[in-house]
Design a protein around this ligand. Sequence first.
Ligand code: FE2
Length: 306
Amino acid sequence: MDIIGIGYLGFESPNLDAWHEYAPQVLALGLGNAPAGDPDSLYLRSDDRRHRIAFHPGPVDRIAYIGWEARGRQAFDAAVARFCDAGVALEVGNAALCEIRGVRELVRFRCPAGYRHELFYAQKWTPRSFVPGRPHGGFIAGERGVGHIVLMTPDYGPELEAFFIDLMGFHWYGAGAGKGRTGFFRAKLNDKTSHDIAFGHAPGMKGVQHIGLFVRSLRDLGETYDIVRKRELPMQMTLGQHSQDPHVSFYHFSPSGFAVECIHELQPWHHDGFELNPEHLSVWGHERVGPILGPSVMPVERYPDD
Ligand SMILES: [Fe+2]
């Protein structure tokens, strides 16, 4: 499937008021306009797309959907046919939902881990319209998408990898340096980053472990770090550099209880020549100062099953 990466993310949260202040003032995300069909949600921007991240009111902090971007209509049609051939239950987004998402067409489906996904093409976009929430040099989104997401799953079986690799055409990046069973994947057309989505096996648990957002400059990473420290927001890992990716980043907890990895690329990621098996997660820094699973990762009994 000719998928570029994550075009948009949708969350549910009882903490929209906190996000309304935190997203622009801490992360520097821009505030978007909520569409007429969804006036009570919070829409956030990281580039010239109409939105990249949406927060919908809900009783529990959780990911509501991951919006994968097909390159265009032909790629979308081919992907839909492939899903249908494979017997994946698809829900076709109606005109009202497409207008809310700001896309031409979309379909909804679930992965074997039970998370909701959407596939779409052609999201609304206005050149030079992005305004950050505070003075900031902007995010690297554009043609590569909003960033990456790491999800915990109580069951990590071969069907999960088969779904993303064999059906959706993702590349396997590796198991990473984390403990336990993990898998990192990137969309077929993504040649800019090592992974778009990763799953970690957490028996009995489910939820978002972290999302990763890329900022253009090291200065912006540093200024965001200062703001997080000054506000004494809960940290997960201090500033550091990953072994696998040419990234400097730090992790702190958002109002939804999942971590946000703010990332600056030291150099463009290039395909690795072999599957990496790093001795250590990081070459410097990334001292763990908080839990690796925040409150957004919860026992499956508490995770709403809609
Ligand atoms: Fe990350």
